[in-house]
Ligand binder design. Structure first.
Ligand SMILES: C[S@@+](CC[C@H](N)C(=O)[O-])C[C@H]1O[C@@H](n2cnc3c(N)ncnc32)[C@H](O)[C@@H]1O
Length: 325
């Protein structure tokens, strides 16, 4: 359903709810090991902190990925051709899409899609100042529950590119990642393409430090998650009794982030009370690393054909172009 124009940016909400935090938190704290789904990191404050964390010197992802878009931009634009409608699920601050919009020949428009609604709208409004004549749309939605795009958005262009940078795909176990790629394939439609960032295998220390910056922005991001849980679900996390940590899991080839309990304690969410041991970890996200070949295999399992691959000069990060089969 469309809502009135804010400032040159059309806004839509998908009919699907972005999620029930209380139900997901209760399920996650009852699981073994305990988890909180990644998407709840992103309320407005969380989105701002995530963005700031992405700019910390230890976090190589933005730098490596931006190097790829600026160095290979013309080559990427040639592979995509003219008149592309760019759709970015999990658009966040929309900082990377500018490099793409700058090199694409006559893009048909840009569609941002995110659970963090206010932050998305503000980010697209900033983008609108840079691209005043480009059709820009925001859709508040969970990318795991993508309905067909609202009619007026679909009408913007038939030649679609689903853009999923930042190695967000690495936040999900392989089976879920394949499902997500399949739903992006549906979204791109026949003749459409998917351009996706994927973190490459590298030294475990470098991979772990990207999530554990010295300025402790990642720590603040995770304490914000507990504050959000207290505010939105009625949970009673005591912020002083938890700390943040990150580690590299060699067996799974992934970095992992945690909230660690600093006491033996109980946390209540609604009717349920959870015992949490001293030192027990609540996992908040994973960040898988793939070789380029492993990622291409996964894309093929999702019914996509790899047609382009670009790496940064340090070979820390990869950007893949996939064709929908
Ligand atoms: C890792 S950030 C990436 C931001 C941006 N695309 C980039 O590469 O810089 C992930 C983004 O996905 C959004 N997000 C996380 N889970 C989501 C979901 N299930 N549906 C829609 N958006 C989601 C978050 O709000 C956040 O903006």
């Amino acid at each position: 359903m469309a809502t009135p124009r804010a400032s040159g940016v059309d806004q839509y909400e998908m009919p699907v709810e972005a999620g029930d935090f209380r139900a997901d938190l209760t399920e996650g704290l009852g699981a073994d090991p305990k988890t909180i789904p990644f998407k709840y990191l992103f309320d407005r404050r969380g989105s701002e902190l995530f963005d700031l964390q992405a700019q910390q010197p230890e976090n190589y992802i933005g730098e490596s990925e931006n190097e790829i878009y600026s160095y290979f931009g013309p080559d990427i634009a040639k592979s995509l051709g003219p008149g592309v409608l760019v759709i970015e699920p999990g658009s966040g601050s929309c900082l990377k899409v500018g490099s793409l919009l700058d090199v694409l020949e006559k893009p048909a428009g840009y569609v941002a899609l995110d659970v963090s609604k206010e932050f998305m709208i503000r980010s697209v409004e900033i983008l609108a100042e840079r691209y005043p004549s480009l059709p820009l749309v925001c859709i508040a939605a969970d990318y795991f529950h993508l309905e067909p795009l609202p009619g007026p958005v679909a009408a913007l262009g038939e030649k679609r590119l689903v853009f999923f940078p930042g190695s967000t795909i690495g936040r999900y176990d392989r089976g879920v990642a394949v499902e997500l790629l399949r739903s992006f394939r549906e979204l791109a439609g026949e003749g459409g393409k998917i351009m996706i960032g994927a973190d490459l295998r590298k030294s475990p220390e470098i991979a772990r430090d990207a999530h554990h910056d010295k300025a402790q922005v990642a720590d603040r991001l995770h304490l914000n998650l507990l504050q959000r849980a207290n505010r939105e679900t009625g949970a009673d996390f005591s912020l002083l009794k938890f700390r943040y940590d990150a580690a590299y899991n060699d067996d799974e080839n992934r970095a992992e982030t945690y909230i660690v309990s600093m006491a033996s304690q109980k946390v209540t969410v609604g009717e349920r009370t959870f015992a949490i041991a001293n030192g027990e970890r609540i996992r908040t996200s994973v960040a898988y690393q793939y070789t380029a070949e492993q990622f291409q295999e996964m894309a093929e399992d999702a019914g996509c054909r790899p047609v382009g691959l670009w790496l940064d000069s340090r070979q820390y990060f990869s950007v893949h172009l996939l064709e929908v089969l």
